[in-house]
Design a protein around this ligand. Sequence first.
Ligand code: CA
Length: 523
Amino acid sequence: MAAAAGVAAVLPAGPVASQVRFGSYPFQLGVASGDPSADGFVIWTRLAPEPFAPEALGNTIYELTWEVAEDQAFARIRASGIGLARAHVLHAVHVEVGGLEPGREYFYRFRLGKYESPTGRALTCPVGEASRPLRFAVACCAHYEQGFFSAYRYIADDRPDLVLMLGDYIYEDAWGERRVRLFDTPEAQTLTDYRRRYTQYRTDPDLQAAHAACPWLAVWDDHEVDNDYAGVTGENEVCGGAGVRDSFPGRRAAAYQAYFEHMPLRPSRLQSGMAARLYGALDWGRLARFYLLDTRQYRSVQACPNAPTPWRCDNDRGRKILYSGAGGGGFVDPEEPACKAALADPARTMLGAEQERWLDAALADSRANWNVLTQGVMFVTILESWNGSPRIFTDAWAGYPPARERLLASLARHQTANPVVLTGDIHSFWVNEIANAAGRPFGVELVSSSIATSTTDKSQVLPLNPQVRFHEGNHCGYIRCDLDRDRLRADLVAIDDRLDPRSGRSVLASFEVRAGDPHAHRI
Ligand code: CA
């Protein structure tokens, strides 16, 4: 029997209930699994008969039964136990299931009294040589207001083994011309705000289907907290009537807590509330090692900020925002002398010193056929031309060139086999070839378009960027990958119309990366 771990070491007191009656179905936010290992995974649900009134459950601790079976009918149950739903984490339940067999499919569900959750599907990682190819979906950037989540529905239909979520799972704020539905709170700032945001997302049936389909590996980008934040520096400082500066570290901690409450992650990785160890590696047998990188929590502030506009108004709600000039990315001239010096500063970091050391060690001992860097922001530098003068985007790796060269030097030093970089963030599809400053080719970067966020066409930059093999910025979608020892096949799947909840889909383009060949081939 596998062990069940609770959500936190501190157990608040409260009455315990296992036989209950609610006014409505308590599993309406669905189920999820994540963080797979060779012997288990995390399974998640949140007890929520009234999802937007979590206080209705009071302080009561609910004892949920969970079951993991080899079959969808639960005739062959292989693990079961009790998971406690407690008020201090919004009655979310994270169970770390262990003791299972490697490399196979399982099904799981929760029960409380007469109520039974939907059934989810999870998989354990294989050990040694994988017996079949790995299918994974690459997803990012799901703005709830700007589009329906058809891309998530199609990801579930593809029946992948893993979903890699590269960040911007939620958006903290509203913008855009055409909105198919609305957030129920203004820009998220507090724990209550962020919790409402995740709750609203999890009511979406297409998102629930993608969570139930297979385990997720998730990293965050900026919008889980604040646009373009860097470390403990927010994009801007909100001034209320009295001009009070908001406390960004406290806001970030609230956002991190709500994230961990709602994602199928091992709860031990939320360290103190103020910090979280999100980064880590996962071995899919010998086939692939996935490196989940945190490109937000430890990074230096963006280099050479644009001359700040002293005030701008939040056009939705009329609040005034003081643009600090300290945080946030911009398009800057990399040849401008002061900016050039800032960009060249080796002290500036994307991953932070500790994560860099961890990544170097994890690359050093990898024996995987493929090494997949799973992360938020564009890795190759995209050069733009603004009225004839060059521009780069400082929020991406282009704004941290020494940090990127250090990572590439690690890959070279350890002769890392078949590196692939997976990227989100910019609401458009890209297939890029990676090279270091000396022009040595390393491998391929695949950039997924957004699940639902309005897209950005950058076709005009293609003549300046021969490292880009493909770009399309007019469709939302995701990337479906099929990986075996010899090749990675990537299908760039486009959603016909993000404004249509029943949108169709099509494959925009397919690329192949062959083992031992650092180039992308269109097929
Ligand atoms: Ca982003």
